[in-house]
Design a protein around this ligand. Structure first.
Ligand code: HEM
Length: 407
């Protein structure tokens, strides 16, 4: 095994790397996979960081309090220039360490419990049905991204936060610009637009003392009582909006592609709807739409797998490769909807593990139960190789710009 000191910069692979197939890891990951559970990669700014590809090592490190998620730390690994923007650095929850992280998480937990998420089923089913009604009315063909994959999570988050329906198109557009901008400027501008909007909404809700959804609850109680500041509520809402939007969209669109490309696997869930929950876990494992299961910086030296992560070094968690660790999953590159893949790292692990995972699972479950029932002849209208990939090689969520389908 090579130690970082033995590796010249020219030999260290770059990160992020582009996918060439929307649902397969970048071809360059084969090399990283062969490096053992902890590899090294080079970022755009020339900095070398750790790349954790082993499943057990990832779980151990993601629960290690010596690693920090605080993006305002000067040595936090920045994946692309636009992530250096202040708006990305100061995000609550995802970019903060305890104790503040835990205070926010506790305030939000009631809205994301398994029980609460289950109570959403009827609403999610209605939203999915309405999207498919509209798609059927104007097609075939259709573009599954705007018509279903983007629409469902947007409407769910809007309802979760208590945002009026008429503002959803603005949300979809602004959050896409925030996530997808290649430069810091446009990303900051979109973040500022969303912040302004949410701030106005939070202000109205605080005055009225109530309102539907999470923002109404927090504005009416926590902000009024001073447990949470107005700015914190706005930032938390922004994080929920962005974190729950593109991710779920991509699992719906890429999941549809993966299933259509494996008709024998699709046949299993079409024959038996009770197979859908396990299939959703397998889609999450195989797709790992965030590519990374987290990014951290070491606050102290950490010994692991015969290596030393030095204080100040960046650590990236390759969910993509950890989910395909052959020590955990047999034939890890085989898509098998019947396997037990629930232990994947698609939602991360440890204190930052995705707060919206129950809701995301519910949305995916309803979509993948309903889609084939409503449109039994659904198929891609273009070859997979013609799909325009989104987010690839950018360090953000992996997906497709559009998904032409017919039925
Ligand atoms: C399939 C869809 C989703 C995927 C694949 C996903 C993935 C992830 C991952 C990998 C993390 C961990 C990041 C880290 O440790 O640095 C995370 C955290 C988070 N996710 Fe999700 N997510 C999804 C849906 C959602 C939804 C629907 C919401 C909310 C409506 C949401 C809100 C969050 C938040 C707030 C965090 C930060 C939690 C914390 O730091 O305590 N996500 N998600």
């Amino acid at each position: 095994m090579r130690s970082p000191a033995d590796v010249s910069p020219a030999q260290v692979p770059a990160f992020p790397q582009p996918r060439t197939c929307p649902h397969e890891p970048p071809p360059g990951y084969d090399v990283l996979r062969g490096e053992g559970p902890l590899a090294r990669v080079t970022l755009f700014d020339g900095r070398e960081v750790w790349f954790v590809t082993g499943y057990e090592e990832a779980r151990a490190l993601l629960t290690d309090t010596r690693l920090s998620a605080d993006r305002t730390r000067p040595d936090y690994p920045v994946l692309a220039p636009r992530f250096a923007a202040a708006v990305a650095q100061r995000l609550p929850l995802i970019a903060m360490d305890p104790p503040v992280h835990d205070v926010h998480r506790k305030l939000l937990n009631p809205d994301f419990s398994l029980k609460k998420s289950r109570a959403w089923r009827e609403d999610v089913q209605r939203i999915v049905d309405e999207c498919l009604d509209a798609m059927e009315a104007k097609g075939p063909p259709a573009d599954l991204v705007p018509d279903l994959a983007l629409n469902v999570p947007s409407r769910v988050i809007a309802q979760l936060l208590g945002v009026p329906d008429e503002d959803v198109p603005f949300f979809q557009d602004a959050s896409r610009r925030l996530m997808q901008a290649t430069e810091a400027g446009p990303s900051q501008a979109a973040g500022a637009e969303l912040t302004r909007y949410l701030s106005e909404l939070a202000g109205q809700l605080r005055k009225s003392g109530d309102g539907p959804g999470l923002m109404g609850r927090l504005a009416g109680r926590e902000v009024r009582e001073g447990t949470l500041s107005h700015e914190e509520l706005v930032q938390i809402s922004l994080v929920l909006l962005v974190a729950g939007h593109e991710t779920t969209t991509s699992v719906i669109s890429l999941g549809t592609v993966l299933l259509l490309e494996h008709p024998e696997q699709l046949a299993r869930i079409r024959a038996d709807a009770s197979a859908v929950p396990a299939a959703v876990e397998e889609l999450l494992r195989m797709l790992q739409v965030t590519d990374l299961a987290g990014a951290r910086v070491a606050a102290e030296d950490i010994e692991i797998a015969g290596k030393t992560i030095r204080a100040g070094e960046g650590v990236l968690f390759s969910g993509t490769l950890a989910n395909r660790d052959p020590r955990v999953h047999e034939a890890p590159d085989t898509f098998d909807v019947g396997r037990d893949s629930r232990s994947h790292l698609a939602f991360g692990y440890g204190i930052h593990q995705c707060i919206g995972q129950n809701l995301a699972r519910l949305e995916l479950d309803v979509v993948f139960r309903t889609l084939w029932r409503r449109l039994p002849g659904l198929r891609l209208a273009v070859p997979v190789s013609d799909l325009s990939l989104r987010g690839t090689g950018t360090g953000t969520v992996q997906g497709v710009n559009s998904l032409p389908v017919t039925w």
